[in-house]
Design a protein. Structure first.
Length: 251
């Protein structure tokens, strides 16, 4: 009983906290009625709350070697200075090409039938007794059981997603093995709707093309987010009260 009271108290506390946050968000939305949604300020990604440098397994450091009387340095990719992104603060263009299509179908059918019948026909010698004793209600069978079960399930998934665009990213970190951590964010406002595109991940300098672009399929640990905020997105979302009830209600 005590645990039930504690659980109910916790649920009520969480619901009250969520409602309080929803009320603050509602006040902010009320202050923006009739105005276009504001664009986010340009910020340093490394200064954002919760930012953590990426840590990946690194190979052993190799000492640099130079050839005497040579115009070329070992590991150099060009005779002249390479203009591609290679250090913190450099900019490169990410070509986002995301195509996803999945079609799945599952069908399961199962059935089972069982009959159990145990005992003796002439329990306690009922057939040998003279009338009317042989008609007394003495059971002829001790146990009789029947069971039948069946289940059938069907499921299908048909999904197709496609996204093609370009976004400029900034090198935020250079890993010890030379790989680059990049992050890019783009916001476009059309009337009262803001579309957001965020790309982040790790790239190899060798995968950056000569025009300082890289395909999104060559980004390791890629994080690509495409969404929006504004009047259209707000209408498509359920009210925060309904979202709270969806979480709390057990049925």
């Amino acid at each position: 009983m005590k645990k039930s009271v504690l659980s109910l108290t916790r649920i009520v506390s969480i619901a009250g906290f969520v409602l309080m946050l929803g009320g603050c968000a509602a006040l902010e939305r009320l202050s923006q009625i009739g105005e276009q949604p504001k664009l986010s300020a340009i910020e340093n990604p490394t200064a954002a709350p919760g930012y953590k440098p990426v840590q990946m397994p690194m190979p052993q450091a190799q000492p640099a070697s130079f050839n005497p009387n040579s115009l070329w340095r070992n590991g150099s990719r060009a005779f002249f200075k390479d203009q591609r992104a290679h250090q913190v603060g450099d900019i490169l263009t990410v070509k986002v090409k995301f195509t996803d299509k999945a079609t799945l179908e599952n069908e399961t059918s199962r059935s089972r039938k069982a009959d159990e019948d145990s005992g003796v026909d002439a329990f306690l010698g009922r057939k040998t007794l003279p009338p009317p004793l042989n008609k007394v209600g003495i059971p002829g069978r001790i146990l009789t059981a029947d069971s039948t079960g069946s289940s059938e399930g069907k499921g299908s998934v048909d999904r197709k997603e496609e996204l093609s665009t370009n976004i400029a990213g900034v090198v935020t970190q250079v890993l010890p093995n030379g790989n680059l951590v990049i992050e890019g964010k783009q916001e476009v406002r059309v009337n009262f709707e803001v579309r957001e595109l965020i790309v982040a991940g790790i790239v190899r300098p060798e995968d950056i093309e000569s025009d300082n672009t890289i395909d999104s399929t060559k980004i390791a640990q890629a994080r690509i987010a495409y969404g929006g905020r504004g009047q259209l997105t707000d209408v498509q979302q359920p009210r925060y009260g309904q979202q709270v009830m969806d979480v709390i209600l057990p049925f």
